[in-house]
Design a protein around this ligand. Sequence first.
Ligand code: GAP
Length: 511
Amino acid sequence: MSANATKSMDEIVALCRRRGFIFQSSEIYGGINGFWDYGPLGTQLKRNLKDAWWRDTVQGEAKGPGGEEVQVVGVDCTIIMNPRVWEASGHVGGFNDPMVDCKESKARYRADHLVALGAIDPGARLFVVIEGDEQQLEKAVKALLKYERCDALDPARHVVRPFTKLSAEERTHAIGPDAKAPGSLTEPRQFNLMFKTNVGAVEDPSNIAYLRPETAQGIFANFENVVNSTRVRVPFGIAQVGKAFRNEVTPRNFTFRSREFEQMETEFFIHPSQANEWYAWWRDRRFAWWQSIGLAGENLQLREHDRDELAHYAKEGAGTSDIEYRFPFTAPGFGELEGVAHRSDYDLRQHAEHSGRREKARYFDTERNERYFPHVIEPSAGADRGTLALLCEAYTKDESRPSGVYMKFHPRMAPVKAGVFPLVNKDGMPEVAEKLYRALRKKHACEFDPKQTIGKRYARMDEAGTPYCITIDGDSMTQQTVTVRHRDTQQQERIAIDSVPGWIDERVGGA
Ligand code: GAP
């Protein structure tokens, strides 16, 4: 069994709330489904993830498939854009999910997330559950056995089928996940995921605007501006980190499927003939990046899409792959963290056409003396899903510790890099500890903690995932050394007090 299959999501969610990683949004008013707030530790963790992404994508040095320097520049676009952007991109017409309502429970589901358990015989009663929800499935099996008055399922008759494959007649015998009577689920209907608003004082169909459902379109819409205002030339990338909004039919699994979330996207523009090599380069680079920040084990996988899964713009392309993480709620399966797609020249062409710029919008390649619409390789990652994966990966039970659990973050990601403690609050130790803490916090998020027993202080830091705890003790006063306690091994070593800032810098990657 994989390590993450044994981790309890309820316990991870409880720790996130108790220690201030993630809270329900507007909790004092009963919350709001699909929206989450980050507390002090969670904010720092997510910031470390986004900063590392920005540093490694935009500022970092990299050599491309032909040994060339990889150029990526950043933009920061508005969340509300001219609504014609979303007509051109296809989101107004096609950014839909099939939705099913339950007339009895008033719950709403994604039709493609539902499966029906029951006999294949005509008129058989079917029990509908959300795919992957083990508790619901267990209840459905019990209800089916009771209904059919048998002791065990018969694999020759009892099957699980996608809800979308049921005929209209079969749906009349289906009981919804939260319903008691059959026939309560409506036919699947298409539901547009974009949040709508109005710009200006009057609410009128003429001034409808949308909250962006992806950050990518701000990049495409600014392609010409960036080319004209900088020295970048194809091949080059434009990166953006920012909020995106989707009115998901069934937000679930903590922050995994939220209605407001952050993306970290790069659109990398290339000559069409170079699609294969740049696609493979980005796919491998992005996979290695997630490994480098602590998702190094068997819980991370790269999955190339089958042809029938490809988006309309990627059908004829070099490929699409997902970087997936095995979350406790998907285990033994995986959930998407990032998609790497060859988007062809679809978006640039669409904007050229819809904005009326047509030929003018074609890129002129001075080296090739050729005018063309560049193709795009798009690595598109979720900052919230990434943060959730870091939390799930870090969560480590250890009954021998007072905290019973510790968060094994990669030091570069850890929200707090070091805790600094005086062993006792006398003999000059607090002053020395505070001085060291003030020196360290110039560069790193650190905590000074003079309260309670040393064991309790370690326990607090273990739950926060702080990789190093530095204690000033009697020897610090005479020999100018400190003890450093390592979070994962709980082993201690003595180092010179003067060397502490450099020692920490080396281990936390300067983030
Ligand atoms: N521009 C391409 C694009 O937006 P996507 O696969 O729809 O592609 C990219 O989204 C990433 O954004 C996903 O891999 C995921 O990490 C994140 N994401 C998408 N929908 C999300 C949601 N409802 N909640 C949290 N993260 C989401």
